[in-house]
Write a protein that binds this ligand. Structure first.
Ligand code: CA
Ligand code: CA
Length: 390
């Protein structure tokens, strides 16, 4: 159902000094999406501690808007996060704010992927309580609930960080981009409570949408924030200190140590101190590749970690013998970058019964499957370089 746009010409002017609340007040979830080196890598942590989530799909961290490695979570168009229902997630009925930093990956579908941030529902049916609330937008609409969808076209570019927010105060839904108000419309809720989980990066009700891009600092409030408060969030630099979240260490201020995507050796020195023996260079014909690592010989309990282009895509992973139909969790889907060296590094954590770890990477670019054998052992990681030219 679409509601016609009502532009309210009169602003209600309240005294900001008196009504100013802390930005922690009524905050029911805040996901920083920073990788925690020592914590469960399948989880995303809520700063309010009430609503931790579980990543379903590939766990891929990317640099955040401050260029800190592993400071933001990448959604590959299939991956999403499940957050169990809770009393606090059920709170928003007469007011809400959903605010997020996101970057849409080049190639994302205008309708099925676009701004699919969160949705408090995990069923296909769309009704007045499914979802209780959502932040979903195609290239031409924005949606807060099943009965609030509005046609609007925010002009967004691929691969660029944006700060996006919806607020609802019981009367009006407002949309903000980079802290600035861009749209509003009357809407008389209330948002109807449900018992369903909240999903991040997936919106099941009605049409299924899944996010393809990177997300950071998702915050949900049980009230409508003011424009000033949203500007304050937009300017927030809490995590701006140079930190390598891949390893939970503060980076040196030396600019040469900053992530420079074109410099293979610099990235490699940052991810790990274990020397790497590059054993093979291959070429692929497509930027989207599927990688399937398996134990070359017998399944003897080798535990490894795999790094693709600076990101630990598998950690403490027990490598298995080859399967004809490998399960999803055994497969790594990545996008390689054109015109530079991409790499896969295998670090041995624990050697199985047979000391030298030999594994095979099946690398499928959609046209051909290449099978690359890599040897690695504790203290000497094995590497493959991948070249792709657009
Ligand atoms: Ca972050
Ligand atoms: Ca949907």
């Amino acid at each position: 159902m679409k509601i016609f746009l009502t532009i309210l010409l009169a602003w209600t002017i309240t005294s900001n000094a008196l009504s100013q609340k802390s930005l922690k007040e009524d905050l029911i979830a805040h996901y920083k999406f920073n990788k925690h080196h020592l914590k469960d890598s399948t989880k995303v942590f809520d700063e309010t501690k009430s609503n931790n989530g579980k990543i379903i799909g590939n766990i891929i961290y990317e640099s955040d808007r401050f260029n800190n490695p592993c400071g933001a979570l990448f959604f590959d168009g299939d991956t999403y996060v499940n957050v169990s229902n809770s009393k606090s997630l059920q709170k928003p009925t007469n007011g809400i704010t959903i605010a997020v930093w996101f970057k849409i990956k080049k190639g994302a579908d205008f309708f099925n992927q676009w701004i699919t941030i969160c949705c408090k529902s995990n069923i296909n049916e769309e009704n007045e309580s499914s979802p209780q609330y959502r932040m979903q937008a195609t290239a031409q609409t924005i949606s807060l609930s099943s009965s609030f969808t509005k046609n609007v076209i925010p002009q967004l570019s691929y691969d660029k960080w944006y700060f996006y927010a919806y607020t609802y105060d019981g009367k009006i839904v407002k949309g903000y981009l980079d802290g600035k108000y861009f749209v509003e419309e009357s809407y008389f809720g209330p948002l109807k409570i449900n018992d369903m989980p909240m999903e991040i990066g997936r919106d099941m009700p009605g049409k299924m949408e899944k996010f393809y891009g990177t997300m950071d600092d998702l915050r949900i409030y049980d009230r409508a924030l003011t424009e000033n408060e949203l500007l304050e969030l937009f300017r927030n630099e809490e995590d701006a200190t140079a930190t390598d979240f891949c390893q939970n260490i503060l980076q040196s201020k030396n600019p040469n140590l900053k992530t420079n995507k074109d410099s293979l050796s610099i990235i490699i020195n940052q991810i790990d101190t274990t020397p790497i023996d590059f054993q093979k260079t291959i070429e692929v014909k497509n930027s989207n590749i599927v990688i399937y690592p398996y134990d070359h010989n017998v399944d003897d309990g080798d535990v490894i970690s795999i790094n693709v282009n600076g990101v630990w895509v598998k950690e403490n992973y027990t490598i298995k013998a080859k399967l004809d139909n490998p399960p999803n969790e055994a497969i790594i889907k990545v996008k390689v970058i054109s015109g530079q060296s991409n790499f896969i590094v295998t670090k041995v954590i624990h050697e199985g019964k047979i000391p030298l770890n030999t594994l095979t990477y099946m690398i499928d670019d959609g046209k051909t499957k290449q099978y690359i054998k890599v040897n690695s052992k504790i203290g000497l990681s094995g590497g493959i370089k991948i070249l792709y030219n657009e």
